[in-house]
Every structure is written in C-alpha cells, then in structure tokens.
Design a protein around this ligand. Structure first.
Ligand SMILES: [Mn+2]
Length: 279
C-alpha cells in the first residue's frame, strides 16, 4: 500500500489567489550543486523569494534546538553532531519489480550516493534514519552487494540508528546500526509517525508545498515546521509527496500557522502554509 493511500482523504481548502512571496534565504550547500538530479525535481524551479540571503546555512529552531536544514532534505543538529534523513524507501524499485511494476532499478544507489555526500559534508557522529528506510521488510535482503557495502562504509566510526517505520517495522539483519522506535535527545524526539507532540521530529508524510510563481505552479519537497515540531521531507529518490494543505498537516499542527521550507537547488524558501496552494 502506498503512503498516500494510507493518508487521510484529501480535503483541500479553497485555492488561494496571487503569488507566493516567501521570504527567501540562502542555505548555500556545496552538496546541492553536485548532487545527482532528482527525477521529479530536475529543473531549477526558479523560486524567487524576494527576501534577503542569510548566512551560509539555514537553520530551523524546534523547541529551542537549532537545526541546520540542508536543501538536500536532511537535518543536521550541530550540538550533537546528529544528521537525520527520513523516508529513504530503499529498494522501492525492486519492491515494485517483484510485483511486475517496473521502476528505474537504481533508486537505492542514487539515494545512497546523495546520503554519502551529506555524510562527507557534515561528518556526523550520529546518523538517524527516521523510518521507512526500506520500502518493505524484504528490502535489506535485496540490497546489492555494492549498496550493502556503501551502507557499511557510511556507518563506520559513527552511531547509526534506524528508526522503525510503517514500511519497515521490524529490525533487519545484516545492515548494521541499531533499531529503535524513537530516539530522544534533550528536548527533541525523533519518531517516524508524527503525533504532534512538542519537540517532535517526524517523517512519514513526505511533505511537499506548491506555490504559484508568475502564473506557474512550483511544487517542491519541503520541511513543514512550527516552533515546536517538524516533519521532514522524504529523502528517497522515487518517493511521492503529500501536499501540506492536506488535512493531515492541519490536524498535526492544529492550524495552518506553520511554515513550509521548500527545497530549492541550493537554498530553502519559506512560505507560510496558508500561502501555499492545495493539490
Ligand atoms: Mn511511513
């Protein structure tokens, strides 16, 4: 079952009019320029935020913890040397192939290549994979030898925590790391399924935001966050997305008073959720 099929029924609010005018701020990333293009996001969408550029990196504060939000869709918590990525959905291609539906077969390698660059950049002490790391329970056993080796190399010299997700609820053998349902450090709790609790860093929903820009719709993956909780974008190559105007997000944040931090090629763009388009 797809993630979207599990989500709540779509009940879009009325379409908004006018152009989104988010405050743009730079998150200059050496990674963004060199990362492999993503199938659905290959084109630079030419978001024009109109705001001022910030310093080199962009941060989001959740429950007073300052997190660097990377335009690749990862979070880095400098205080603890912790890098978090969510919804890798590794082996999604082979999962579909086993059911006779062909997707490009290199999704795992492509996702791991992007993760490798992130880890080289931040050199984290802890990596947290925030659940749905594998598209199904058989994913770990279907890894190619090369991809399995890549994961082993990435894990070397650091703690690696696989948070369990609804696609991968059981610990797997042969892929290193430790398996936990949640991870709590200081004021933050990392968990796959968002509950709305304060201090929560969650995944699962694959947030995307859509804005109108000079008459053109621009749709990107995004972080969805307010002051006390955050939902990470999916990091996997062929993962779908759920519009932040879906009722699932309003339910989670209580209101539309949250922010979509859209992923640009080399920076993030913040738009108030209520300025984003449904659908
Ligand atoms: Mn999930």
């Amino acid at each position: 079952m797809s993630k979207l099929a599990q989500a709540k029924p779509l009940t879009p609010p009325s379409p908004l009019e006018g152009e989104g005018r988010g405050g743009g701020y730079a998150a200059r990333s050496e990674l963004a320029a060199s990362r492999p293009s993503r199938r659905a996001e290959r084109v630079d969408l030419s978001l024009k935020g109109g705001g001022e550029e910030s310093a080199h990196r962009f941060s989001i504060t959740v429950s007073n913890a300052t997190l660097i939000a990377d335009p690749c869709g990862a979070l880095y918590w400098p205080e603890h040397g912790l890098l978090a990525v969510s919804d890798l959905h590794l082996e999604k291609g082979s999962s579909f192939a086993a059911r006779g539906m062909l997707l490009p077969p290199y999704d795992t390698a492509a996702t791991l290549a992007r993760l490798t660059k992130l880890i080289a950049h931040y050199a984290p002490r802890i990596v947290v994979a925030l659940g749905d790391s594998f598209h199904d329970g058989g994913g770990p056993s279907r890894l190619s030898a090369e991809d399995r080796d890549s994961i082993t190399v990435l894990q070397r010299g650091r703690d690696w925590i696989w948070i369990t997700g609804n696609h991968d609820p059981e610990p797997a053998d042969g892929i290193g790391g430790v398996f936990q349902h949640t991870l709590t450090i200081d004021a933050l709790t990392f968990r796959h399924l968002p509950s709305g609790a304060a201090g929560e860093i969650a995944g699962h929903l694959h947030p995307v935001a859509k804005i109108a820009q000079r008459g053109r719709a621009v749709r990107r993956r995004c972080f969805a966050a307010d002051d006390t909780r955050l939902v990470m974008p999916a990091f996997g190559e062929f993962t779908g997305g759920l519009n932040i105007r879906d009722a699932a997000f309003a339910d989670l944040f209580g209101t539309l008073a949250f922010t979509a931090h859209m992923l640009g090629e080399d920076r993030l763009y913040a738009f108030a959720a209520k300025r984003c388009l449904p659908g």
